[in-house]
Design a protein around this ligand. Structure first.
Ligand SMILES: O=C(O)CCC(=O)C(=O)O
Length: 262
């Protein structure tokens, strides 16, 4: 039986089928998902334009994560929802005359998923898919999980995801650092052995972990899809920047279809 943890050098259809069909698979890498000329144009024009009004979190980004807005209370969630359509449009317009890779990914998943795909909606309003993240020198993500289900029942989405993926499209890559590391460990398996993060799902101590099962150094143009229900981290970028367009893909059971958000 095939028990690989990474699939690489394939197209999105093959990657999607493998990620759904192979329980052992942690990561899929689709090289050249963003054409080289689009990445070059992005570095010269789009990244500076979109990041003009960015804020620093563990990375710099033009919009906060939906989950952070939710965590920050009613006023934060209202201002996030009011801004979301504009954020989506700004990224689309900044890529003109090229296609925005976030829109392309959204369309392709809509075609691939058996019951289609759509933006996550909260209170009948769309959530952003297409966060631009700049991992400037020395920025990193400690080992963590990304699972929207951890926000239920407070989020009250009436959706049940059986799997969640992190979707990262790489526009710029650092000369050193910025690797994606993935461990074949679930949140439940960490809880069982009594290991927890700084908060519930973020900040597991790397010193208490074995070597990662997969380490990938992303290249410009890569689309990398990681099972974000498995422990993962981003190593410090130490020469240059790592800039991605990022979001999440959640797969539901039954006929509801897939959802996308950032
Ligand atoms: O940029 C990456 O490779 C992964 C980002 C990440 O850790 C996340 O989206 O949670």
């Amino acid at each position: 039986m095939n028990s690989r943890s990474i699939i690489s050098g394939v197209d999105l259809t093959t990657a999607y089928d493998a990620l759904i069909g192979e329980p052992s698979l942690l990561v899929a890498r689709i090289p050249g998902y963003i054409p080289a000329d689009v990445c070059a144009y992005a570095r010269g024009h789009i990244i500076p334009e979109i990041m003009r009004n960015s804020s620093r979190r563990i990375y710099r980004s033009q919009v906060e994560a939906f989950t952070d807005a939710f965590r920050n209370g009613e006023q934060a969630i209202e201002s996030y929802l009011e801004r979301a359509p504009r954020v989506i449009r700004e990224l689309r317009e900044a890529f003109h005359p090229y296609a925005n890779p976030a829109d392309t990914f959204r369309s392709e998943i809509e075609e691939l998923a058996p019951y289609g795909a759509q933006l996550l909606r909260f209170r009948r309003r769309p959530v952003v898919f297409g966060m631009m993240r700049s991992w400037d020198p020395l920025l990193e993500a400690l080992p963590h999980f990304d699972m929207l289900s951890e926000f239920n029942p407070a989020l009250d989405l009436e959706l049940e995801f059986f799997e969640q993926f992190g979707v990262n499209m790489h526009l710029e890559a650092p000369c050193r650092g910025g690797e994606l590391n993935v461990w074949d460990k679930t949140l439940d398996s960490m809880r069982e052995v009594g290991v927890s993060g700084e908060n519930k799902t973020y900040g597991f101590d790397p010193a208490r972990l074995p070597e990662p099962d997969v380490t990938i150094r992303p290249s410009v143009g890569d689309l990398i899809i990681v099972k974000s229900t498995r422990l993962h981290s981003v190593s410090k970028t130490d020469r240059g920047r790592r800039v991605t367009i990022s979001g999440f893909l959640g797969l539901t059971r039954g006929k509801i279809g897939a959802r996308l958000w950032s």
